[in-house]
Design a protein around this ligand. Structure first.
Ligand SMILES: C[C@H](O)[C@H](O)[C@@H](O)C(=O)CO
Ligand SMILES: [Mn+2]
Length: 420
């Protein structure tokens, strides 16, 4: 018997002693797709001929060689990353990660033509696609404003971009047989204290209403709206704040997108999941890691990630729809390693949640035995979930932790380091 399997059998017995079925946990993990964010591979540059600099309050730092210079290279890199993440996943694009730029066609006129190779690729791989408009890195993000700009012409450009991307999402949904999540995040905000906080929010609300006026069936597109506390250069006021979007989502039946880098560091995203599940029943997550600010570091297996994953697992079990998107970008390390390490950490956190002896911990709570709840919760942390994880990798045909860097290093030598 293989060593990994032998260790797994012991772990399975230990978990069974706590009333946890490891096989069931692995089946559940298989059924949780991640939406892998394509923008880790091109440093959020996109592939428009204009080559606009990154704007909108986001920063990518680092100059590790080998970023994808076009959509074809990006797909090649994603092929390698996806092969090292166990299970079947989706891919999410930003609205400027087009196949090829066509002269005279700007973002407000994009159609599926700009994304047809992505569709062919996804169809071939049998995976779903998600997409988000890119309301940044463009000269019409004027004074830091897009959908909330006072100039109707500027708003028109961005509204039309969002409508175009929703239609592309519908094409993805139709062709791939799984609804595309289409997430609206606009960076609009002010560096310093605004005189008028209300008018931009009213304009944003009107722009969103117009974007969503075209009815697209939810079997094709799931619309989401993403809030943010602040961005670089928009420290004092963000038009699309959490209060704004949470109410907008509730009122208009859209998904609220919670990005774990978009809140005050002492706020727990994990705690928000059940609050929103109880009221709206569905959420889009953008899982990221802020270090002191919305720095979009690669996910590590820290307490915040474990708490998000644990609550995700509990809300899924209660019948909620939780869509998990990854959202980080690090240009200081190998970008494929960034994808793989972060995605696998998300999965490990979910596995820990699935393996938690929840029924027993809850029984303590029901009996008002808070000391027992604390003791058992802490005991659960040291149960042998690592043995279950390695077995999961083995049985899903991907290398365990110590192994996947070999594939990444070979690809780096043969492909990404040869890029200019
Ligand atoms: C690339 C964008 O920054 C990202 O998709 C958006 O969701 C965000 O989190 C902006 O901070
Ligand atoms: Mn995000």
């Amino acid at each position: 018997m293989d060593h990994t399997e032998e260790i797994y059998r012991s772990a399975r017995e230990i978990y069974a002693g706590y009333g946890v079925d490891t096989e069931e946990a692995l089946r559940k993990l298989d059924a949780i797709p991640l939406s892998v964010h394509a923008w880790q591979g091109d440093d959020v540059k996109g592939f428009e001929a204009a080559g606009h600099a990154l704007t909108g309050g986001c920063q990518v730092t680092g100059n590790y060689p080998g970023y994808a210079r076009n959509a074809e290279e990006l797909r090649g890199d994603l092929d390698v990353a996806l092969a090292l993440i166990p299970g079947k996943h989706r891919v999410c694009l930003q609205g400027h990660q087009i196949d090829r730029a066509l002269p005279g066609i700007d973002r407000d006129a994009f159609t599926i033509r700009q994304f047809s190779c992505w569709l062919d690729w996804a169809r071939q791989k049998g995976i779903g696609m998600d997409i988000a408009p890119a309301f940044y890195s463009h000269p019409l993000l004027d004074h830091g404003l897009s959908l909330s700009h006072p100039d109707a012409g500027i708003r028109r450009f961005w509204i039309d971009h969002a409508k175009a991307i929703r239609r592309i999402a519908a094409e993805f949904g139709r062709a791939l047989g799984t609804p595309a999540v289409c997430n609206e995040w606009a960076p609009d905000g002010f560096k310093d204290i605004p005189a008028d906080r209300l008018a931009p929010r009213e304009r944003l609300r009107e722009s969103l209403d117009e974007i969503f006026a075209e009815t697209i069936d939810e079997s094709l597109v799931l619309d989401a709206v993403e809030s943010k506390l602040f961005g670089i250069g928009a420290e004092s006021y963000t038009v699309g704040s959490h209060d704004f979007y949470l109410s907008y989502a509730a009122k208009s039946g859209k998904l609220i997108c919670l990005d774990s880098g978009h809140f005050h560091p002492t706020e727990s995203i994990g705690d928000k999941l059940s609050a929103i599940t109880a009221m709206q029943g569905r959420i889009l997550l953008h899982v990221s890691r802020g270090v002191r600010w919305d720095s979009d570091h690669v996910l590590v297996l820290n307490d915040e990630l474990l708490s998000i994953a644990r609550e995700t697992v509990r809300c899924l079990a209660a019948g909620a729809q939780i869509h998990i998107g990854l959202d980080y970008f690090d240009a200081s390390i190998n970008r494929i390693a960034a994808w793989v390490v972060g995605a696998r950490n998300m999965q490990k956190a979910l596995l820990c949640g699935l393996l938690e002896p929840f029924e027993r911990i809850r029984a303590c709570e029901t009996d008002w035995d808070f000391s027992g709840r604390l003791a058992l919760g802490e005991e659960a942390r040291t149960l042998p979930w690592g043995a279950v994880w390695n077995y999961y990798c083995l049985t899903r045909g991907v290398p365990p932790d110590a192994g996947f860097m070999n594939d990444i290093r070979s690809y780096e030598q043969e492909v990404t380091l040869l890029r200019g």
